[in-house]
Design a protein around this ligand. Structure first.
Ligand code: ADP
Ligand code: MG
Length: 591
């Protein structure tokens, strides 16, 4: 073939492809990359997708709906991502987020990065410009090198430049999201791949069900024996439960370990309820005593990070840690671990329980009763504090929580979503959880801006009722997605604790200015009217009695509800429980 003929042939093929794309595929003989994406998701068992559509993914969402995948459309991608992440945490399967290119991708990536940090399995699928144009910096529509932007923030990243690659990318993304330490995975779904037309019979050959998509790995027997030896010889043993243990859905095994061997336990925030907060061996209010006096602590799916003083600080320097984690790099991170048990939680606990059979613990007989006595005194003090707050006028966090506590503890199957500063800390401390995976909060990064998304993800993934207790500042990050709760008619009640500011509403600017202080919001804002705009059932409450009644009614209604909980502007302190992390405090400590 001469060069001229060759060029003409190439031109003709390009022209044919362009015309075909304009005309669209001839269904049912032909399909697009978008169809292949929807089918591939269905094939691996994805039944729900969260996202926000636009060029180039709108049709993909329509086709997914047509394939029977539920599509939940949001007002902001970050919230859709938070929903996907929460879906992942609660179901042990990846939540899926669909975003448009450039800014939509970036907004969603915030949530995907947060999922990676918190070990929630999720997959962000983003529309992306033609990479050949991005790579040549041609200034194409929504140009951004998304693949390389996502890479450092996710467990794995794939780019589909051809429709035929989509099923493999989806199956591998699923496997990567759930296997080993779970996390966020990114698929760059390029415009050429989405728009590519294939013969349906050829496309059909691409679909497959991945085998053993979640393959748990067992620890070695010698690691288990070492751990059991240390645990059984402990005088003052304790168990620390983290959200990795809650995620793993090994509730019965943990119960058996704690109840058979009578080991006191502490739960990290999102592990609350894995064993009841008010249970016989719960040492939730004896955290300092456990840190200082235990000789062996078995860490189950938690990290010895900033939340636990890096395993140093207050901790007994002679402590022997036993750590169960799927991620080998977690071991010895901040402090030497005497007995690492690296493997999937279920496998590890099965082997530990088997090895413990017939062995007896050497626990000091005074250890458990002394913790129980301490817990009794502390709990009584805490109840008195809540009771005292009831008469505060206007309400403070504790008075509002005295009401919320009664209602939520009477409705234990409601999932509690919680963010804020004081609103986070005080709610976590006040409300006892008795069921696993019923508390979702701003987790390891302690971020604000997960509330509406996580509430939606929790309601959609489980079908259960959800109550979100939000600081007024925290609510502001995701507030517009309250409208998503209304559009999808979800049984979610959002309570906004309005003290008019970040931390509180009484900030005074340092310099002369007529502007509000950096921490000041609006204590007189009527958030309930925002709920009215979207047809929610709304309440404005100023006393604990009113709040108790409103929350009871709201949960029972199973409808979208919004309760504006009016607090005094002076309720709350800077940074809540973590004020010691403020640079000003650090300076005054070091000077
Ligand atoms: P918390 O904030 O409650 O302390 P973290 O997110 O810090 O919890 O820690 C959770 C830990 O659980 C992580 O180190 C993660 O690797 C581990 N993990 C998650 N899923 C599993 C699993 N299925 N099996 C074992 N370990 C897991
Ligand atoms: Mg506030």
């Amino acid at each position: 073939m001469s060069e001229t003929t060759n060029n003409t042939a190439a031109k003709n093929t390009a022209a044919d492809t362009a015309t075909a794309a304009k005309q669209g595929p001839h269904f049912p003989e032909q399909v697009t990359g978008m169809y292949i994406l929807a089918r591939a998701l269905k094939e691996v068992g994805i039944d729900t997708m969260y996202g926000l559509v636009g060029i180039p993914v709108t049709e993909a969402a329509y086709i997914a709906q047509g394939q029977g995948i539920r599509f939940v459309g949001f007002r902001h991608e970050q919230q859709a991502g938070m929903a996907a992440a929460t879906h992942g945490f609660l179901t042990h399967t990846p939540g899926v987020l669909l975003t448009v290119s450039s800014l939509g991708f970036m907004n969603g990536l915030t949530a995907t990065a947060n999922a990676t940090v918190n070990c929630y399995p999720m997959i962000q699928i983003s529309g992306a410009s033609d990479p050949t144009m991005v790579d040549m910096d041609m200034g194409t529509y929504e140009q951004l090198d998304q693949l390389n932007t996502a890479r450092p923030l996710v467990k794995a990243a794939f780019r589909c430049s051809h429709a035929k690659d989509i099923p493999s990318a989806v199956a591998r993304a699923y496997r990567a999201a759930v296997s080993g330490r779970p996390g966020g995975v990114y698929i760059d779904m390029t415009t050429p791949a989405l728009g590519e037309i294939m013969d349906a019979s050829e496309a059909e050959k691409l679909f497959y069900k991945p085998v053993d998509v979640y393959a748990p790995v067992a620890p070695t027997q010698s690691a288990v024996d070492r751990a059991v030896e240390i645990l059984t010889s402990a005088k003052r043993p304790a168990i620390l439960l983290g959200k990795g243990a809650a995620y793993a859905q090994v509730d019965d095994k943990i119960k058996e370990l704690i109840e058979t061997y009578k080991i006191p336990y502490l739960a990290m925030s999102m592990a609350k309820g894995l064993m009841p907060d008010n249970g016989e061996y719960s040492a939730l209010s004896c955290r300092s005593t456990i840190m200082e006096q235990s000789d062996v602590v078995m860490v189950i799916g938690a990290r010895l990070n900033w939340m636990l003083q890096f395993g140093r600080g207050k901790w007994n320097p002679d402590m022997k840690f036993i750590q169960l984690d799927v991620e080998p790099r977690e071991i010895d991170r901040n402090v030497p671990v005497a007995a690492p048990v690296v493997g999937d939680m279920g496998e590890s606990l099965d082997m530990i329980l088997a090895s413990l059979k017939g062995k007896t613990m050497q626990t000091d007989p005074q250890w458990v009763p002394s913790l129980q006595a301490e817990a009794k005194v502390k709990n009584a003090k805490f109840h008195a504090r809540l009771a005292d707050a009831v008469s505060a006028n206007p309400m403070n966090h504790w008075s509002a929580l005295s009401a919320a506590k009664k209602v939520l503890e009477a409705n234990p199957d409601v999932i509690l979503v919680n963010e804020g500063a004081n609103t986070l800390d005080d709610t976590r401390d006040s409300i006892d959880m008795v069921l696993p995976r019923h508390r979702v909060d701003c987790a390891s990064w302690a971020i604000m801006g997960m509330g509406m998304g996580s509430a939606i993800g929790a309601a959609v993934a489980t079908g259960k009722s959800v109550v979100a207790i939000e600081g007024d500042s925290a609510f502001g990050f995701s507030g517009m997605d309250f409208s998503t709760i209304c559009r999808y008619k979800l049984p979610v009640t959002v309570c906004i604790f309005n003290n008019g500011g970040i931390y509180n509403g009484v900030g005074v600017p340092l310099d002369k200015t007529t502007d509000p202080a950096p921490t000041t919001l609006d204590v007189n804002a009527r958030y309930d009217k925002l709920g009215d705009a979207f047809g929610a059932q709304t309440y404005y409450v100023t006393t604990p009695d009113e709040y108790q009644q409103a929350l009871t009614e709201a949960i029972a209604s199973k409808k979208p509800c919004l309760i504006d909980v009016q607090l005094g502007a002076d309720s709350g302190k800077e940074s809540g429980h973590i004020g010691y992390l403020n640079p000003a405090t650090l300076i005054s400590v070091t000077v």
